[in-house]
Design a protein around this ligand. Structure first.
Ligand SMILES: Cc1cc2nc3c(=O)[nH]c(=O)nc-3n(C[C@H](O)[C@H](O)[C@H](O)COP(=O)(O)O)c2cc1C
Length: 215
């Protein structure tokens, strides 16, 4: 093993094994995922911790291929505009947009993960208000991680895509979301048609230990 990479050889228990073997899956088989399984996975998601236990996560599960295509094509228009503004070569833009379209529409299930601040505290102090928003985002991300780990434990692959963050208005309109739902990510889901390996940087490069001094 590369000395700069994290140790991926130890497996202590089933949960750790699930955490360490989950990979982002971007290609899926055509097999659909039963509604009951999707609900089990979402149920695991909503048991994530959340700030003040306010549970700010919101989900939209899309399996309808017409809606999927409409969503991705509207997001694609926005992606094309952003890349054009960055003056990216037109051919590269078209490849990017087409890849994104194929990747997302070929996933049997899409889960839009959104955040609502409707139940969060309200402060006059801007910094406290900002922190409250961050806590809602952090809580929602935790639900996303629960979702991906639970899916993996049932043999279902997932990949978190950040695209909705760049075009929340488009996503809200296509999916007709309640006003307070703020799109955070799109999780593709399905039976994996690929297997992946990934590395992590070494633990030492990411963690500090402040230990009791030995006497
Ligand atoms: C917040 C977030 C945003 C991500 N956005 C994308 C994305 O837009 N497209 C994509 O292909 N993968 C995306 N990913 C997946 C990461 O690329 C992936 O988690 C990372 O490369 C580590 O690989 P692994 O998940 O297989 O361990 C995202 C992951 C996170 C947590």
């Amino acid at each position: 093993m590369d000395s700069n990479s994290a140790d991926d050889t130890f497996v202590d228990n089933d949960i750790v094994e699930i955490m360490m073997s989950r990979r982002s899956i971007r290609r899926y088989t055509n097999e659909s995922v039963e509604d009951s399984l999707i609900k089990k996975i979402l149920t695991a998601a909503i048991w994530a911790p959340s700030a003040h236990n306010r549970q700010p996560w919101r989900f939209v599960v899309v399996t309808d291929s017409v809606v999927k295509r409409r969503l991705v094509s509207e997001m694609g228009k926005r992606l094309r505009k952003d890349l054009e503004a960055d003056q990216i070569d037109q051919a590269i833009i078209e490849t990017d947009v087409a890849r994104s379209f194929k990747r997302i529409t070929s996933a049997p299930v899409l889960v839009l993960i959104s955040m609502s601040k409707i139940d969060m505290d309200i402060y006059q102090d801007l910094q406290r208000q900002e922190n409250e928003t961050i806590m809602a985002i952090q809580s929602t991300a935790m639900a996303g991680q629960n979702l991906m780990l639970a899916a993996h434990s049932f043999g279902i692959g997932t990949c978190w895509l950040c695209a909705p963050l760049f075009c929340p208005g488009v996503v809200k309109e296509v999916l007709n979301l309640p006003q307070d739902w703020e799109p955070q990510g799109l999780i593709t889901m399905g039976f994996p048609a690929e297997s992946k390996r990934k590395n992590r940087q070494s633990l030492d490069s990411r963690a500090l230990f402040i230990r009791e001094k030995s006497t």
